[in-house]
Design a protein around this ligand. Structure first.
Ligand SMILES: [Zn+2]
Length: 677
């Protein structure tokens, strides 16, 4: 090993050490600035010396290629779930069962992290595989994504082969930021940190996971060796302490208890601390600490007999209902929302709760000014359970659903068939217009990045747009003239709008927001009729023949296109140059999901020709090499792109190999060696 190689190795160790101080111990020794400098130096050295690449280098946390799908993993040790208990009585019954066999048992009492369970497998001290729990027997291989979790060590200080189990979670702060950003972009919000963590871990593209800031608590040693000298641990506590020593982020706030009183006391303590923690917990796990004790109690059919999970009851609190506000949705439904005196509940501050509809308010006799009981259980949205008439002072007001729309002032209608909804049917209603344009721009519709609710509101307010078609006439000067809109944001928005023109008929129909037409129905319409004009002319008889279309859905389509205002909108969208035919699936799509970068002069094809042929086969081409690149096609005098590909470990192929793939209709190159260039 020469000097530079030594330096590189030392640098990797140093960075791994400081990352642990920061992410696992929460006790950094150096400033972020110093760390960033060290990291930049590592990237520089690694780019210069691709020959000394090491998959366990800290630089390789992110960099895996997007997957087509997850592979299945069979767990060597079954990942059991625990039986739940919901009261101290039930918990006492469990303790009695154990005491009958083991009168002096010690228990580990630990917070139950509300995340999702994974198994991490190390071979000779190197993290080689991470899998989700799945059904307990078979999970999914999410190794690439778990590598992006900074508190998971990529290497251990000793060459141990072992498997541990942990709970991946999203810290609350990260969750709130993520949802705020999604709201801004008009994307659907995650209901709670656990859903967000699950969604983030099951991303096919590890770069997305990396951006989400997941963390992990390791809570069990599954199997393997914890000591190189073969020392065998006797207790759970000993294994966790050892795992902590090896660099794992192990569960905090666990305690060793010997009596029911001690156990109950720790549960109460965790219950009180719950709101202050940086992450969600939904209960407390009580398990035998002695490993021999566990074997003695054994396993039940689905759950072990040596542990239970105590679930926190749904939290309830009293607060004052200050007002009831009405929101008007995209389809004109008026939804009453309770405005509450803010109260801490199950770990979050609650200041609003939906009341669903007027009927529910009447049934529960909820009045403005009432003291109400609010309930929130883990991931459930907060709910106003009941009012307290006995606490009224006479100033409370009975709520009446408005008879006119709070947004446009037009009369509203009560729709008994549709879940007791009150609806504004004015097609020019500003609130509906605003929600409608948000929907038009949303990710699953036209996917106009950056056009979130606030921007839509302000475009409408500034009279720059009146409907979705106006988006395509926006001018740069108009945008930059708006408050808080810089040159860069304006350019990005205009680009996103321009890009959306090619979204295709499927998305366009969905984006129009026709009642009862979701993504699947929109696709069926697009595929069947083939053009927007044909959809507009479709008759009810034709529509009911479509798969899964009933009378109601068919009526919705016919009604929508019979409104002159909607027809005009469609015509203006067509004039604006939107693609009004389906994008569909490319006929030849064996390269779908793959991205190629072309560099250098190819022997027979021009770059445009090569690019066209890749696209015709469903693949994509890109101008620069990144971790998302699937293949670099290199020709003569290939330059920096080739070097970059080598440093990132992106496969390099030559024209002949590419032509072979196209000929064989195969996404796998026959010859993956780097060409001699
Ligand atoms: Zn209205």
């Amino acid at each position: 090993m020469n000097e530079t190689e030594q330096t590189l190795k030392k640098l990797r160790e140093k960075i791994a050490y400081h990352a642990k101080r920061y992410y696992v111990d929460d006790d950094p020794e150096i400033s972020d600035y110093e760390y960033d400098q060290m990291y930049a130096e590592l990237l520089r050295l690694e780019a210069e010396h691709p020959e000394w690449d090491d998959p366990s280098s800290p630089s390789h946390r992110v960099g895996g290629k997007p997957l087509e799908k997850f592979n299945k993993v069979t767990h060597t040790v079954q990942m059991n779930s625990l039986s739940d208990v919901f009261s101290f009585e039930e918990l006492q019954a469990f303790l009695d069962r154990v005491a009958a066999v083991l009168p002096d048992a010690a228990y580990s009492v630990e917070p139950k992290i509300d995340g999702l369970s994974v198994a991490l497998h190390y071979e000779n001290g190197v993290f080689v595989q991470g899998a989700t729990r799945g059904d307990g027997f078979v999970g999914e291989d999410v190794t690439q994504n778990l590598r992006t979790v900074f508190s998971i060590p990529l290497t251990l200080p000793e060459a141990l082969t072992l498997t541990v189990r942990g709970e991946v979670y999203m810290p609350r702060g990260k969750f709130e930021k993520l949802n705020a950003a999604r709201e801004e972009e008009g994307q659907a919000l995650f209901a709670n940190p656990r859903n967000a963590a699950a969604g983030s871990l099951r991303q096919l593209d590890p770069a997305v996971t990396a951006a989400r800031g997941l963390d992990i608590f390791v809570f069990n040693f599954q199997e393997g060796k914890l000591w190189t000298d073969g020392h065998a641990p006797t207790s759970h506590t000993e294994t966790l302490d050892r795992l902590h020593e090896l660099g794992f982020h192990t569960l905090e706030f666990r305690t060793l208890a010997h009596t029911a009183e001690e156990i109950f006391a720790h549960i109460r303590k965790l219950g009180e601390a719950r709101a202050m923690l940086a992450y969600d917990i939904d209960g407390v796990v009580i398990k035998l600490d002695g490993l021999a004790d566990r074997r003695r109690m054994g396993e039940g059919t689905n759950t072990p007999k040596w542990a239970v999970a105590y679930k926190f009851p749904p939290e309830e609190k009293e607060t004052k209902l200050e007002d009831i506000e009405i929101a008007v949705g995209r389809t004109g439904v008026l939804t009453p929302t309770a405005v509450l005196t803010p109260v801490r509940l199950a770990g979050t501050t609650v200041s609003r709760a939906t009341l669903h509809n007027a009927e529910l308010i009447r049934e529960r006799d909820i009045r403005i000014g009432d003291i109400v009981t609010l309930r929130k259980a883990g991931d459930i949205i907060p709910e106003v359970v009941k009012s307290h008439p006995e606490l009224r002072n006479g100033n409370e007001k009975v709520f009446r659903m408005p008879t006119v729309c709070p947004s446009c002032g037009e009369p509203v209608f009560y729709d008994e068939d549709e879940g007791a909804a009150t609806r504004c049917t004015n097609s020019k209603c500003p609130a509906q217009l605003s929600r409608g344009i948000e929907h038009f721009a949303s990710k699953d519709a036209m996917n106009i990045d950056g056009l979130g609710p606030q921007l839509v509101e302000s475009l409408l307010r500034n009279r720059l747009i009146e409907d979705a078609a106006d988006l395509y006439r926006l001018k740069r000067e108009e945008l930059t003239g708006m408050e808080r809109m810089g040159e860069k944001s304006a350019s990005n928005l205009l680009e996103a709008i321009e890009r959306s023109k090619g979204a295709g008929l499927e998305r366009l129909i969905y984006a129009l927001g026709i009642r009862n037409i979701g993504e699947v129905a929109a696709e069926a319409l697009a595929q069947h009729f083939g053009s927007l004009a044909a959809c507009m002319a479709a008759t009810k008889e034709e529509l009911v023949d479509l798969p899964d279309f009933g009378e109601v859905t068919a009526d919705c389509v016919v009604n929508f296109f019979s409104h002159p205002q909607n027809r005009e909108l469609c015509e203006r969208l067509t004039e604006a140059g939107l693609l009004t035919s389906p994008v569909g699936m490319p006929k030849d799509d064996f390269l779908a999901g793959l991205t190629f970068v072309l560099t250098g002069t190819l022997p027979t094809l021009t770059r445009d020709e090569a690019s066209d042929r890749i696209k015709a086969a469903g693949g994509k081409t890109a101008g620069s090499v990144s971790s998302r690149t699937s293949f670099v096609v290199a020709g003569e005098s290939a330059g920096s792109k080739l070097t970059k590909a080598q440093s990132l470990g992106v496969p390099i192929i030559d024209e002949e190999t590419l032509l072979g793939m196209l000929r064989d209709r195969s996404a796998t190159p026959k010859q993956s060696e780097a060409p001699d260039v």
